[in-house]
Design a protein around this ligand. Structure first.
Ligand code: LRH
Length: 464
């Protein structure tokens, strides 16, 4: 039988892409058909996402995918988590906010005044992030007017199919999913004044959401619509002793577990239990990832009035000496957009670097991210009581050899880098399985074996 083809839409916080995935006997490949920039846009009331631009790019990308590959059988959509759009009878009530908008700080206080964090953690198992959807709802005056609230991938699926659903892995990042039943926690929503009518019916990865009229009537199949859930599907984990880092804007660092861990120690270390595909648990912690680098480069490019060339900067950073001082990549002062070099310099207790000091500064950023990765892998292993002997690093960060080597050196563990496009691959694999390309009862282990065969990782051994 020839290869089966699907279309994967994968939206990250700094760029989005539409891919054709082909899956068959001995075939697993991705072809990028569209790539477009994404990022926070500043409006009068704060930071937002330009949903109309994203939506137009997705539509154009899918049309192009179908033009290139008429045998495409389905569409799957994933994106970053937690953000949502409110729908009324006539569509979107307002442009979705960006999770980095600082308004959520007020939401945190409002929610914790009603339900203390300890209790939230027992119920939803989520690490504290000030932008978790439930905190955003607490400061969203329009929630009461909404018929439904849809997370970003579900919102785009609704535009294609007219169906309003909540895919379960991404719903797990709202804070409103009961960790133990996998259903909406209606009692929690009611206590927080969130109308349960806005919470749509839940669907699992592999289920068909509906037919996309404008994309040749193709089925939109739910995938791990939380990008990190799709990425973890395509991490070629081969033993329980393997940790993963899904590294893009964020570094999501942890383990795949069969059951959640909601101990006091896990809560204190701020580890999350997010929903994975096939009911697996993504036990991980968010570490600030390439955001620090992309925001720094953005600031320098603005200052120079010309784009800074990242590859040559990284090459120069590799030649810079290993820095004596690092900063905490997870410092909350680095979360908001803007002035990144100054804010990092403040943490280091030094002035912002001049042009000649940029390579050394980039080196400090990368080593600081690697240090946070290493310490978080150790924490995950301790909390789960598992020995970890290898780290898989997937996502755009896998292209950054300096980061991969520094992570190996600082953790003392081998780093297996790749696949770079793990998220899109996970999206493709879950669609292909739903279409029967692997046999109905193929496990994640079967899918990962195919990834390992087709995308051999690049190995970085720790230096003594
Ligand atoms: C990564 C990610 C991460 C979330 C954050 C909002 O793209 O989905 O898993 O915590 O964005």
């Amino acid at each position: 039988a020839g290869a089966r083809a699907v279309a994967a839409v994968d939206l990250g916080a700094t760029s989005g892409r539409v891919m054709i995935g082909r899956v068959g006997a001995g075939v697993l490949e991705l072809e990028q058909v569209a790539r477009f920039a994404n990022g926070p846009v500043q409006r009068a009331d704060g930071w937002h996402w330009d949903l109309e631009a994203l939506s137009a790019n997705v539509r154009a990308g899918l049309a192009e995918a179908l033009r290139r590959e008429p045998s495409i059988e389905s569409v799957g959509i994933d994106s970053w988590a937690v953000d949502y759009g409110l729908l009324g009878a006539d569509g979107l009530l307002a442009e979705p906010f960006h999770y980095r908008d600082e308004r959520t700080v007020r939401g945190v206080d409002a929610v914790h005044a009603v339900v203390p964090f300890e209790e939230l953690y027992r119920r939803n198992g989520l690490q504290f992030l000030p932008f978790n959807t439930l905190y955003q709802y607490a400061v969203d005056a329009r929630l009461a007017d909404a018929e439904a609230s849809l997370l970003i991938p579900d919102l785009l699926a609704e535009r294609l199919t007219g169906r309003r659903v909540a895919e379960r892995t991404n719903a797990s990042t709202t804070g409103l999913l009961d960790l133990h039943t996998g259903q909406w926690d209606h009692a929690l929503a009611e206590a927080l004044g969130i109308p349960i009518s806005v919470l749509p019916p839940l669907v699992d990865p592999g289920e068909t959401i509906g037919a996309a009229g404008e994309v040749a009537g193709l089925p939109v199949i739910a995938v791990g619509s939380h990008d990190t859930a799709s990425a973890v599907v395509a991490v070629p984990l081969s033993t329980p002793h393997a940790a993963y880092i899904s590294c893009g804007t964020w570094g999501l660092v942890g383990l795949e577990l069969p059951a959640p861990i909601v101990t006091d120690a896990a809560r204190a270390a701020n580890f999350t239990n997010e929903g994975g595909v096939d009911g697996r648990v993504r036990f991980l912690r968010n570490v600030t990832g390439l955001w620090l680098l992309s925001e720094t480069v953005r600031a320098w490019s603005e200052a120079d009035g010309a784009p800074v060339d990242l590859p040559s900067l990284l090459a120069a950073a590799a030649d810079a000496p290993t820095p004596a001082r690092l900063f905490d990549a997870d410092d909350p002062s680095l979360a908001a957009p803007g002035n990144m070099p100054e804010r990092i310099a403040t943490l280091l207790g030094m002035p912002a670097p001049g042009a000649e000091a940029r390579p050394a500064f980039v080196r400090v950023i990368i080593e600081s991210i690697a240090e946070a990765f290493a310490r978080t892998v150790r924490a995950a292993a301790d909390l789960a009581g598992r020995e970890v002997d290898v780290i898989h690093l997937v996502g755009g960060g896998a292209l950054n050899a300096l980061l991969c080597q520094a992570t190996a050196d600082r953790s003392g563990l081998p780093v297996l880098a790749g696949p770079v496009e793990a998220t899109a691959l996970g999206n493709v694999l879950v669609q292909a399985r739903a279409l029967g390309a692997f046999g109905a009862d193929a496990s994640l282990e079967d899918l990962r074996a195919r990834v390992a065969e087709t995308f051999p990782p690049r190995r970085f051994d720790p230096h003594p």
